[in-house]
Structures are given as structure tokens and as C-alpha cells.
Design a protein around this ligand. Structure first.
Ligand SMILES: *Cc1c(COP(=O)(O)O)cnc(C)c1O
Length: 827
């Protein structure tokens, strides 16, 4: 007897979400393809079929998402909100299918269309709403929160244009707009009825009531509407679906009406642009602030809309009694980007809900937690007081009040110490006074964390030392991690299967189990299988490199890879100098012990970052010379893969032999690319920087190619640095610099690399390229020699994967949850 389906989607428990079965899946796919999208045959564009499949899966996600929400509404449990200006999600299809365990059903449904999953997956645009590591971390965290059944919502911005697409023309980076929404974004659901109003500009009026209480009114504002779009975040096979809520800015009707009444209808509509500009484009700067007004507008827009959203939900349930709000809510600030939330939460509680200062401050400082991501001075956000007073006058008043009360506390700790006050003030004095956003975040938060052990120690002893002395217990470390679902199970299915054959499939949910493969590290049969998987992955990467760069990578050669944002501190320059040194040796006929290698670079430079762009140009020019030279062919190939993004990384990390993590010690807060490579069995050549230190501790120093000065030594060296002497004293470096200076890589472009040459020779080079060259060169030789011993290399590779358990973002998120958020998993 056919069972009547219920249309009522109210469920008692999140695990009771309607289970849509196999025949439904094929039916739904047809329905979405023929009716929702109105297609009738499979044309040239795979995109419609991709969309139909995404909608089919979204149906299943939405059912579980609603159930997760209803469950949370019924249980009175604490929730966390992760506030981030960036979420570098990449593609969602493969990840959703993996987490929902739908692969077999879908392949069978797709066979009717004469296509397969792999083909449809390639039709999805990356959601590139982030620059690099910081944004990708937010994405990995969302996967882990859902997989650990933690009640966490992500809040971000629905940029119309994500991270720019990069092409390489004549060796140089060209940026192209990333209109990722052009063909629609099938995963999202908008909720216009939950839109919030965000205020800008205007002025503050005060009124003292009969009780003597001062009321502040922020008036004559220009209001912008924040419209939420919800993206479902599925947990790994646990029925949980959390939410990433992305805000889009729109003009309010009122905004238009004012103008309309003045008779200028067209102008009124045109003004919509001003409001809609806010979420138009992601700023493409990684690890550097650019001080643009629109960026501050984005930050405040995200912070205000997200806080209003949560306060609104609270008052719906509890009225305006906020006395135990902090027992049920916590906010994690992903870097200082959303740190204006500290002052905005105060404003909402004071002005909108009429709390007293002390009560509001107590709520703020027990719900806000701040993650620092960098020690680089150029990345520390500061906003000019004058900009703030124009754009956010009421918020500035509140920052002043926070500062006054804070400085009173400083005076108690360090009586009479005016320098201390000046040093710690939220306002930096000078001709153009600035607000120090990191200080606002620290003062307003109960937790301040770094993202790797070394990084946290450097925060405590350096950048934030005085704050550490004031509040030592606020400071804690949470070493970053990456999700093993995307970064092993999904991106390396062959390795995943091999691992599962040996130790079962438990590792996908509990990645500490990955250490179980350690017992095979000496088994010849396992080595053969391990090596074969790597070989297959290298074939795939070689195809990608051939098609995108026209360079042939030979899979017998060592794949030596550095992909990440291009930045001087990450030292792509050190890597390309080594390539030049190898090339120079080849030209001299010094090839006796040379181990053949393919060197792959990838990464985007911030459009305004001259040196980073010049480094890209140098890499491409060197690649051109090397790849054309038949003498070099047996030993060396070099390629720059354009448009490095999450999807490219999925292919790259599975195929890499040697992972380059070569930043100047003390500069890379953690790194997460290093962890993706390690999980996939790459061996690291690296400095004692960021999480490299912990990677080496886990895998053992025999299985890591260490080089370079320590962070402490680097500071010593900088005192008295003489690169010319260093260059002169090490022949391979001397020859390399000579060849570079001779113009060999820029024959028809005279002098273009002068800035690079000068930076290496400068006694003020903060990145110490010349300093670390010899040690790097030596480590590269050790790596190459190890690679020629297949047994040794396989052993190292297996041990790296086996030791990567702690770098799962599940471990990181468990620590955030237990130490900072104090959440209970849903059950
Ligand atoms: C992981 C990742 C990063 C971060 O790489 P690092 O080497 O840690 O700088 C940047 N971009 C993308 C696309 C990534 O997947």
C-alpha cells in the first residue's frame, strides 16, 4: 500500500528529518531539471544538470537544517556565532555528497543523463569569498562544527564578486572579476523577511530623562538593509546541518522614498547603488590592511547585522531580559576584521535595549572572543578617528567611553605611568589619530587566542605583552587545523580508500585514528600501493599543469610544490633562487648527483603589491627559460599554475611529494597549506615557523627537512645583517645572483628585476632571503637524495600522513568548544 507523504515538516528531533530515499532522488533530479530550471534536454552546458543536482541535494539539506534549528529552539543550549569577513568555501557539491553519503545513489541517477559526478562537479564555481588561509580556516571550522554536532552559526558577507580570477600574460598577473553568482548559487536560500537595518553617517542627539538617565539617539542616518542568504553546512554523516548566513546589502525603501518625495525618482533609484556597493566586492588583500572607507563599512555592516540577528532572536524568546544572555551566546571574531562588533554590541544593548553600561559591558566581555592571525605590523588594522566619527559617530562615542574606563584600569596597574597609557590606549595619538582595532578586540574579549604554539608565545612576549601582563588568563593557543573530509577523503579518494582498507573508515569522523596506518610504514606491499596512489594523483596534476601552463611534468620526477598567497614573508623568492641555482648548475654541467624535479608555484598577489607581482613575473620568466632549454629538460621543469584556489589545491595537495613551507621564522602565524600536504603524504621542507614546528614534533625530525634560522635568531641576525658578504661567501648563491643580475631572465625587459635584486642585497631585508639560502640549498639536497631512495621516501610519506591526526580542524574546534565557547554537542 502506498504511503501518503506528510507535508508537515515540524519534527521533534533533528535526527528525525525526513529521509528522502533513492527513487525520490532520481525523481527530484528530473523534476528540478525539467521544471525548476525549465530545461528539456542536456545541451552543451553541464551547468543546468549541476544545478538540478545541487537543488536535489539542497532539498535534503534543507530538511535536516530545519530539523537542526527546531531541535536547537527546543533545547535551551548555548550557541556560538563565528563572525568572519571571509569564508573561502570552494565547491560544495562533492563535500555535501560525501557528508550525506549519497555518492552511489547519485551516480546511478546520473547515468540516465549519460554523465557522471566528476563531470558535474567541474561545472560548479568556487565560492571564493576569501583571500587565503584565514578564509579557508573559517570554512574548515564550519565543516568541523557541524561534524561535531556543535550549535555554531557562521556569519559573513555575500560578496557579489569574490576573490579575483588570475591569468598570466607575458609572465605577469592579470586580475579578472569573479562574477561567481552569474549562473546562480543553487545552495543558498534567502530570508528577506529577516532583513536588518544597518545605520551609517548621521549624528548623535542626547536627552536626559527625569530619572537623570542620558539617552543617545543616532539620527539623520543613511540606512542600509542587510538581507540574509543561508547556505547549509552539512556535518559528516550525523544528520546535522548548520547554517552559514551571508548578508547582502540593499537600499531600504525609506532611503528611496525621501528622494522620491523630493521628485527625483531616478536619482532615488540610482542611489540604490550606494547601499548595494557595500557587499559588491571582496577586498583582495591578504595579511595587509588598506584603510579604505568601504572596507570599514563592510566590517560594520557584517557586525551590526549579525548581532542584531542574534539579539532579535533572543528578545523573541526572552523579551528584553538579558541577564543570562551570556550563558547562551558566544561570538568568535575571526581576526580584527569584525572587531567593531565589541562596540556595536555595547551600542545595541545601551541604546536599543536600554541596559546600564556595567550590565552591557559585562555581557560584551563574557561573550566576545578574539582570534589573532598575524604579527605582521602592516596587517594590524587601524581606522582613523575622523573616518569613524563621520561614518559611525555613535560607535565612536562608545569606543571613547570603553577607552576611558580601560585607561583607568591601566592607571591602577601602572600608577603614574603615562607612557603605559599612551602605549595601551585604544587611540593612537598623532597628527591623524587612529583606533587600534586589535586593542579594542582584546579589551572587549574574555579570550584572545593565537593560531599555533609559537605564534601565541610571540603574541604574549611581543605584540600584546602589556595586555598579557594585565590579563594573562585571557591568552590561549588554538593551533589551526583543516578538515580531513575535504582535504583527504574528498580530494584524494584513492588514498582514502587505501587507508580505509587498512584501518576501517572511522578515521573520517575521528581523525586521530589515522595513526593506525603507522604500522604499515615498513610493509613493502603497502609501499607499492601507497606509491601507486601518489603516481595516479601526479598524473592528474600533470594533466592540469600541461593544460593550463603548457609545461610537461614527468611523474617520475619529484613534485616540489609551493602554492599559497604570494607574499615576501612566504619567500617564494627563496624558492625561485634555488631553481635558478639548479639551472646554473645544469648549465655548468654539474649534474652528477642531480635529482630530477618538477617545481610548481601557484598563488595570487594583492593587486597593489608591487614586489609580490614582480616575484610572479620572475617565476614565469625563469620557467620560460628553463623549460625551453633542452639541457635542463631531464632535470628540471618549472611551472606557475594560474588562479590558485581551493579547487586547484584539491588536485595539488594529493599529488605533491615535497611541500615547501619556507617563511621567515616568526612571520607565518600558523599556515594550513602545510597541514593539507602532510595529510596527503607530502614531506615538508620548512623553517621553524608557525605550525611547521608542531608538524615536525609530530612526525619526528627524521621525516622533515628543516632549515633556516629560528625566530629568535632572525631578530639577532637583523641587528647586524650583511647580505652582500653572505652572497659572496657561498658560491651557488653568488652564481645565482650573477646570473639573475646579468639579465639572463629578462633579456628584452632590461632592469625589471632590479627591485628584487636590491631587496636581497639590502641589509634591511626583513625576510632574510640571503641569510637562509645556504641552509635551504642544503635541505633541498637532502630532500632530493632521500627521494631517490624509494623505500625511504615512502616510509617518510606514510609517517607524515600517519602523524597528521592532530591537524584535523575537528581537534581545533573541540578545543575552541571546550576551552572558549563551552558548548555541548547536540544529541
Ligand atoms: C589552504 C589554503 C591557503 C592557505 O595556505 P598557506 O600555505 O597556509 O598560506 C590559501 N589558499 C587556498 C586556496 C588554500 O586552500
Amino acid at each position: 500500500m502506498a504511503q501518503k507523504k506528510s507535508n508537515v515538516c515540524v519534527v521533534k528531533h533533528w535526527q528525525d528529518a525526513p529521509k528522502l530515499n533513492e527513487s525520490d532522488l532520481a525523481d527530484d533530479l528530473n523534476r528540478h531539471f525539467y521544471y525548476t530550471l525549465g530545461r528539456d534536454k542536456v545541451g552543451e552546458s553541464k551547468h543546468y544538470l549541476f544545478q538540478a543536482l545541487a537543488l536535489t541535494i539542497r532539498d535534503r539539506l534543507v530538511a535536516r537544517c530545519r530539523a537542526t534549528k527546531q531541535h536547537l529552539d527546543q533545547q535551551k543550549t548555548k550557541k556560538a556565532a563565528y563572525l568572519s569577513l571571509e569564508f573561502l568555501m570552494g565547491r560544495a557539491l562533492g563535500n555535501a555528497i560525501l557528508n550525506l553519503d549519497l555518492e552511489e545513489q547519485i551516480e546511478s541517477a546520473l547515468s540516465e543523463y549519460g554523465t557522471n559526478l566528476e563531470e558535474l562537479e567541474s561545472a560548479e564555481h568556487d565560492a571564493g569569498l576569501g583571500n587565503g588561509g584565514l578564509g579557508r580556516l573559517a570554512a574548515c571550522f564550519l565543516d568541523s562544527c557541524a561534524s561535531l554536532a556543535l550549535p555554531v552559526i557562521g556569519y559573513g558577507i555575500r560578496y557579489e564578486y569574490g576573490m579575483f580570477n588570475q591569468s598570466i600574460e607575458h609572465g605577469a598577473q592579470i586580475e579578472h572579476p569573479d562574477k561567481w553568482l552569474r549562473e546562480g548559487h543553487p545552495w543558498e536560500l534567502s530570508a528577506p523577511e529577516q532583513a536588518k537595518v544597518v545605520k551609517f553617517f548621521g549624528n548623535v542627539e542626547t536627552h536626559t530623562d527625569k530619572q537623570g538617565r542620558v539617552h543617545h539617539y543616532w539620527v539623520n542616518t543613511q540606512d542600509v538593509l542587510a538581507v540574509p542568504f543561508d547556505v547549509p553546512i552539512p556535518g559528516y554523516r550525523n544528520g546535522v546541518v548548520n547554517t552559514l548566513r551571508l548578508w547582502k546589502s540593499e537600499a531600504t525603501d525609506e532611503f528611496n522614498l525621501k528622494e522620491f518625495n523630493q521628485g527625483s525618482y531616478s536619482e532615488a533609484v540610482a542611489k540604490k547603488n550606494l547601499a548595494e556597493q557595500i557587499t559588491m566586492v571582496l577586498y583582495p588583500n591578504d595579511a595587509s590592511e588598506n584603510g579604505k572607507e568601504l572596507r570599514l563599512r563592510q566590517q560594520y555592516f557584517l557586525s551590526s547585522a549579525s548581532l542584531q540577528d542574534i539579539l532579535h532572536q533572543w528578545t523573541e524568546q526572552h523579551g528584553t531580559d538579558f541577564s543570562d544572555f551570556a550563558d547562551y551566546h558566544v561570538f568568535q571574531l575571526n581576526d580584527t576584521h569584525p572587531s567593531v562588533a565589541v562596540a556595536e554590541l555595547m551600542r545595541l544593548l545601551l541604546d536599543e535595549y536600554e541596559l546600564e553600561w556595567e550590565a552591557a559591558w559585562s555581557i560584551t566581555t563574557t561573550t566576545m572572543a578574539y582570534t589573532n592571525h598575524t604579527l605582521l605590523p602592516e596587517a594590524l588594522e587601524k581606522w582613523s578617528v575622523s573616518l569613524f566619527s563621520r561614518l559611525l559617530p555613535r560607535v565612536l562615542e562608545i569606543i571613547y567611553e570603553i577607552n576611558a574606563r580601560f585607561l583607568a584600569e591601566v592607571a591602577l596597574k601602572w600608577p603614574g605611568d603615562i607612557d603605559k597609557q599612551r602605549e595601551l590606549s585604544l587611540i593612537e595619538e598623532g597628527p591623524e589619530p587612529q583606533i587600534r582595532m586589535a586593542y579594542l578586540a582584546i579589551v572587549g574579549s574574555f579570550s584572545v587566542n593565537g593560531v599555533a604554539a609559537l605564534h601565541t608565545e610571540l603574541l604574549k612576549s611581543g605584540l600584546f605583552n602589556s595586555f598579557y601582563n594585565l590579563w594573562p588568563s585571557k591568552f590561549n593557543n588554538k593551533t589551526n587545523g583543516v578538515t580531513p573530509r575535504r582535504w583527504l577523503a574528498h580530494c584524494n579518494p584513492e588514498l582514502a580508500q587505501l587507508v580505509t582498507e587498512k584501518i576501517g573508515e572511522g578515521w573520517q569522523a575521528d581523525f586521530s585514528e589515522i595513526q593506525g596506518i603507522r604500522r604499515f610504514y615498513d610493509k613493502a606491499a603497502f609501499h607499492r600501493e601507497w606509491q601507486q596512489v601518489k603516481e595516479h594523483n601526479k598524473v592528474k596534476l600533470a594533466k592540469l599543469v600541461e593544460s593550463r601552463c603548457g609545461v610537461q611534468f614527468d611523474t617520475d620526477m619529484m613534485f616540489d610544490v609551493q602554492v599559497k598567497r604570494i607574499h615576501e614573508y612566504k619567500r617564494q623568492l627563496l624558492n625561485i633562487l634555488h631553481v635558478i641555482a639548479l639551472y646554473d648548475q645544469i648549465r655548468r654541467g654539474e649534474v652528477k648527483n642531480m635529482v630530477p624535479r618538477c617545481v610548481l608555484f601557484g598563488g595570487k598577489a594583492a593587486p597593489g603589491y608591487h614586489m609580490a607581482k614582480l616575484i610572479i613575473k620572475l617565476i614565469n620568466n625563469v620557467a620560460n627559460v628553463v623549460n625551453k632549454d633542452s639541457a635542463a629538460k631531464p632535470y628540471l621543469r618549472v611551472a606557475f599554475l594560474p588562479n590558485y584556489n581551493v579547487t586547484a589545491m584539491e588536485t595539488i595537495c594529493a599529488a605533491t611529494d615535497l611541500s615547501q613551507q619556507i617563511s621567515t621564522a616568526g612571520k607565518e602565524a600558523s599556515g594550513t597549506g602545510n597541514m593539507k600536504f602532510m595529510m596527503n603524504g607530502a614531506v615538508t621542507i620548512g623553517t621553524l615557523d608557525g605550525a611547521n614546528i608542531e608538524i615536525r614534533e609530530q612526525v619526528g625530525d627524521d621525516n622533515f627537512f628543516l632549515f633556516g634560522v629560528t625566530a629568535e635568531q632572525a631578530n639577532q641576525v637583523r641587528q647586524n645583517y650583511n647580505p652582500s658578504e653572505i652572497i659572496e661567501s657561498f658560491t651557488p648563491l653568488k652564481n645565482t645572483m650573477k646570473l639573475l643580475a646579468s639579465g639572463h631572465f629578462n633579456l628584452f625587459e632590461p632592469n625589471i628585476f632590479d627591485d628584487i635584486i636590491l631587496s636581497i642585497q639590502s641589509p634591511h631585508d626583513p625576510w632574510l632571503v640571503a641569510q637562509d639560502f645556504e641552509s635551504y640549498f642544503d635541505a633541498q639536497q637532502r630532500a632530493a637524495q632521500s627521494y631517490t631512495n624509494k623505500t625511504l621516501w615512502n616510509r617518510m610519506s606514510i609517517l607524515n600522513t600517519a602523524a597528521s591526526g592532530t591537524f584535523s580542524s575537528d581537534r581545533t574546534i573541540s578545543q575552541y568548544s571546550e576551552d572558549i565557547w563551552r558548548l555541548k554537542p547536540m544529541q
